[in-house]
Design a protein around this ligand. Structure first.
Ligand code: GAR
Length: 198
């Protein structure tokens, strides 16, 4: 059984879907949820699902990313995770942190990577006139949003979309994609998960 830790920064809807998926014959179980924001709504949701949750406020470290990450690592490593899932975790991690979880840290990003790494993905897709958008789960490497793709889901862009309506349509599909990718990854199956909107 693989042990899964999840890092969040906000509401944690993807985190909830990941936790809910890890039951029965699933090859993994959630062991801990962490956040860089003590106010993250997802922390209480994790606890309500029976998963311990903690926060390390990045603002207390005043830009010292290494010290912040050292504090984050303490409770994280104590939970002895095999796999680390970033689920709406909005801090960029240093190469040193990434190296600790080499080949076993996943991230979900709201674009069809390699298009639109970084922020404001939906606005950028709309401004480019793209006919489709989507989300990607990838392995985390030191370069931002650039690791090997483990899965993707595509959704159509509608003519009257705003960044908000497009984000909501993509998020629904993220909830399907991330659990599917985690299940395969935890089982040691290297095939990427490629989904189309139902
Ligand atoms: C999701 O859309 C996720 O793809 C995105 O943040 C949202 C978190 O929602 N992640 C990033 O932008 C990472 N750069 P959630 O907290 O409800 O899961």
């Amino acid at each position: 059984m693989k042990r899964v830790a999840i890092l969040i920064s906000g509401g944690g809807s993807n985190m909830v879907r990941l936790i809910e998926s890890m039951t029965g014959d699933h090859p993994a179980r959630p062991v801990i949820v962490g956040s860089n924001d003590p106010q993250a709504g997802g922390l209480e949701k994790a606890r309500a699902l029976g998963v311990p949750a903690f926060a390390v406020d990045h603002r207390a470290y005043k830009g010292d990313r290494v010290a912040f990450e050292a504090a984050l690592l303490e409770p994280l490593l104590a939970a002895e995770p095999d796999i680390l899932c970033l689920a709406g975790f909005m801090r960029v991690l240093t190469p040193g942190f990434v190296a600790r979880f080499k080949g076993r840290m996943l991230n979900i990003h709201p674009s069809l990577l390699p298009k639109y790494p970084g922020l404001h993905t939906h606005q950028r897709a709309l401004e480019a006139g793209d006919a489709e958008a989507g989300a990607t789960v990838h392995l985390v490497t030191p370069e931002l949003d650039a690791g090997p793709v483990l899965g993707q889901v595509r959704v159509p862009v509608m003519p009257d979309d705003t960044a908000e309506t497009l984000a909501a349509r993509v998020l629904v599909e993220e909830h399907r994609l991330y659990p599917a990718v985690l299940r395969r990854f935890a089982a040691g199956d290297p095939r990427p998960v490629m989904l189309d909107r139902r």
